[in-house]
Ligand binder design. Sequence first.
Ligand code: SAM
Ligand code: SF4
Length: 423
Amino acid sequence: MKQYHIWTIGCQMNKADSDQVANYLRRAGFRQAETAEEADLVLLNSCVVREHAEVKVVNRLNSLKVLKKSRPDITIALTGCMVDSRIDDLKRRFPWVDLFFRPQQWEVLSGWGESRGLPGMDQGEDSVPHNPPVSAYVPIMHGCDSFCSYCVVPYRRGKARSRDLDEIRCQVQNLVQRGAKEVVLLGQIVDAYGHDLPSKPDLADLLTAVNGIEGLLRIRFLTSHPNYMSHKLIRAVADLSKVCEHISLPIQAGDNGVLEAMKRGYTTEEYGELVEHIRRIVPNVALSTDVIVGFPGETAEQFASTMDVLRQTRFDKVHIAAYSPRPETSATKNLRDDISFEEKETRRAQVEAMQNIIAAEINAGFLGRTVEVLVEDQKRGKWYGRTRGDKLVFFVGRAGMIGQLASVRIEKTSAFALQGTLE
Ligand code: SAM
Ligand code: SF4
């Protein structure tokens, strides 16, 4: 039996794409190999959102050069955001790679399979895995039209394209029939879902449709943009029983000058009002955010404003990135990357240290409380899963708990996780 090995880096969208490829290959008779050395097909699913990620991909590609030399029969494939329209450049740089395809360019992979007598890649019911995880990713739209000045995604993933609402509902239904208990609906600006479709459904309509699926326990959605977060959507989070009280709302910076240079399209005041509104309507909501430190020209005062906003807003989680100039983006073309590596690292560490204190304080509030955990798996003798507010919980339980809702009494907390025992 032929074997495949997939290496994935980057966002949830990449993970969802890799799952789809793995599902196709299993249907085509392949089985998963633990290492690239054992595989007949090695796929790298790449990310170039930051230079650090791109360097990792290039290192990985270089290590595969040796493998290809010793086993010329192996197929090496590259997908993800590193693959843009300039495939000839990539072919010149990495001549040992046999197959390049852009995110979602499934016809190329399918054509590769068909040329080897394998079935083509089906986008219908068969694209749903037979053994989905408890929490399954479901991309509901692809691409992005926003062109934030620092971001390479619109150049690599193309214009925003929403999937048909009924098609998504059917996919979720199939996932649930095959064992999934939670779905995470994915989009770069997930709250803009449907704006490009003829009948203009929105994310609240989709959440309502998916909420009605029997057997499904929880629904999440990522990543929201402040400019598209409507009152109707916030109400849907409050009213629909399966939609978790958890919103991922990147702020990126807490200073209006920096936000303008980033072309984010909102001010810190507007962001603050939105958070207040969300917290009024969904009182126990968990909020996470993304922040970039060391954006070109970010002064010490501007960075201090970002720290103030984070301190006041008290997010449950903050994903922190040091600014990384990316080719093609307008920030790279028009602004000088004038904050030193050391200064960016200092700012990143400052945000991290403050956020660890805030998260530890928020999590300490769970001590002695009983929370509902959707059990995902086991690690080092303990079960783990998440609360509706996306808190990671470890606990001692009984056998066979995967996919169940467990009531767990919290006995220990940290900035990163909660621990307890089954009630
Ligand atoms: N669409 C989402 C949004 O609007 O925030 C996030 C998508 S982006 C791929 C994920 C995160 O990577 C961003 O929120 C941002 O914080 C970070 N990011 C993107 N480009 C970056 C860059 N050039 N340097 C540092 N961080 C970057
Ligand atoms: Fe990138 Fe901005 Fe689009 Fe998010 S909204 S993917 S940060 S361009």
